[in-house]
Design a protein around this ligand. Structure first.
Ligand code: IMP
Length: 431
């Protein structure tokens, strides 16, 4: 065994990480979410049955795998309980296999109200958040006034903390954002209910992971969103409020960086983005329409249509070195079947100069013109291929070109939503 594996997206999220995590957990004892919250939407299809997860780690469908929610994740207890109930209705024993860090910040209803009121106030400059309260919950964490999951277990402390916090949120909602205030007593009652329902699952995740790692058991760290949505390295301010890059797998779960041996960068064979912000290779023509409809490009969390475009190797190459990606997974190759010519963006033109690395500033990025390399497309279906040699030559050339441009070995190719529509050329958990 090579050790422990991080799986993360190297575009703007929705690369199909959930399916890959589910597949690779066959080789893992534990799966850990380390950032984000229920803004994520991970769709798994097994034997034709679809499960969409938002907060619960994608290892939950493997009965022997333990699922951890690390300290870097912001937790909406009502969303978590709803997801657990749904899994249990489907016959999955979720409650006994999910462990939540007592250090996770709690998302309160007032965080949701603030997120939505701020987006309304931004008008045409809205970020296009998922409206789930993610940003305000991370703000409170950084400001050192947030409520943490462990506090739900101590009612008197929790009550006074929540009253103080909701009073502050109500001040912002009323005075600054011209919105309705929340009933603080009702929020306290919800916290009490959440504490009772979740108490057996609230643990010291860092210490649990230390025992697992000491025993030599393999751990998979599951990223959410994607590198280009990282709060520091993404297209700021059109980003999410957490670090989505590989370093966060350590800080967001409580393990040291030497624990992470393989980093699998998951990329879609083309590019999509939900919400606002620059997107140099976005297509507004019939090819964009084809990618959206054939790829079913609707957000798994909000149902919003995703913007679609050609593969952007300039942005993806930067994402690969930001994460030290040493294993590449390309998903949704089948969506390109039947496209007569495929294009890969290999440079940006900005003010007459040719750039090989994206500008940091979003305003400059929004002025970049993509420079494309054109490759022949392929007619034959790629779905169900079991070996690279089963693929049409043009599809194989396209994959090889992506791996060369991203300077990472191609380990996994996905050609459909089902667990079985996957070629594992090298298992990232292997030698
Ligand atoms: P927030 O994370 O809800 O604050 O939203 C900030 C930005 O991240 C918006 O553009 C969202 O559309 C985007 N975003 C958040 N979660 C996901 C995801 O799981 N997939 C794709 N985009 C996401």
């Amino acid at each position: 065994m090579a050790g422990n594996v991080v799986v993360l997206g190297i575009q703007w999220g929705d690369e199909g990480k959930g399916k890959i995590v589910d597949l690779l957990t066959e080789s893992a004892h534990a799966v850990v979410r380390f950032q984000g919250g229920h803004n994520a939407g991970h769709t798994l299809v097994i034997g034709g049955t679809k499960t969409v997860l938002h907060l619960v780690p994608s290892g939950i469908l493997r009965p022997e795998v333990r699922c951890f929610v690390g300290n870097g994740v912001v937790v909406a207890p009502d969303a978590l309980l709803a997801e657990i109930n749904e899994l249990e209705l489907a016959g999955i024993d979720a409650r006994s296999r999910i462990f939540i860090s007592s250090a996770c910040p709690v998302i309160l209803p007032s965080h949701v109200a603030l997120d939505q009121a701020r987006e309304r106030a931004r008008g045409s400059n809205a970020i296009g958040t998922t409206g789930r309260g993610i940003g305000p919950a991370y703000e409170d964490k950084a400001a050192r006034r947030g409520l943490r999951m462990g506090e739900l277990l101590d009612l008197p402390t929790c009550t006074s903390h929540v009253l103080e916090l909701v009073e502050y949120h109500n001040f912002l909602l009323r005075k600054l954002l011209n919105s309705d205030a929340l009933d603080a007593a009702a929020v306290v009652a919800q916290c009490q209910m959440w504490g009772e329902a979740l108490s057996p699952m609230i643990v010291d995740v860092a210490s649990e992971l230390e025992s697992i790692l000491k025993a030599g058991e393999a751990v998979l760290f599951e990223g959410a969103q994607g590198t280009l949505l990282d709060i520091d390295h993404g297209t700021y301010p059109f980003v999410t409020s957490s670090n989505t890059t590989a370093g966060a797998a350590a800080s967001g779960s409580g393990v040291g960086p030497r624990t992470l041996s393989r980093v699998v960068g998951v990329v879609k064979a083309y590019t999509t983005r939900v919400g606002s912000g620059p997107f140099p290779t976005e297509l507004f023509d019939s090819v964009g329409g084809h990618l959206a409809s054939k790829g079913h490009e609707l957000g798994a969390t909000t149902g919003r249509p995703r913007r679609c475009g050609w593969f952007d190797a300039v942005a993806a190459r930067r994402a690969c070195w930001l994460n030290s990606v040493n294993s590449l997974c390309v998903t949704k190759l089948d969506v390109l079947d039947g496209v007569p010519q495929v294009q890969i963006c290999t440079g940006y033109r900005l003010d007459g100069a040719l750039l090989e690395t994206p500008p940091i500033d979003s305003r400059a990025l929004s002025r970049c013109e993509p420079v494309y390399e054109v490759m022949p497309g392929w007619e034959q279906p790629t779905a169900g291929a079991k070996r690279l040699s089963d693929l049409p030559t043009a599809a194989r050339c396209y994959l090889e070109r992506l791996a060369t441009l991203l300077e990472a070995p191609l380990d996994i190719v996905s050609t459909g939503p089902d667990r079985q529509d996957t070629m594992v050329l090298r298992n990232p958990f292997g030698q």
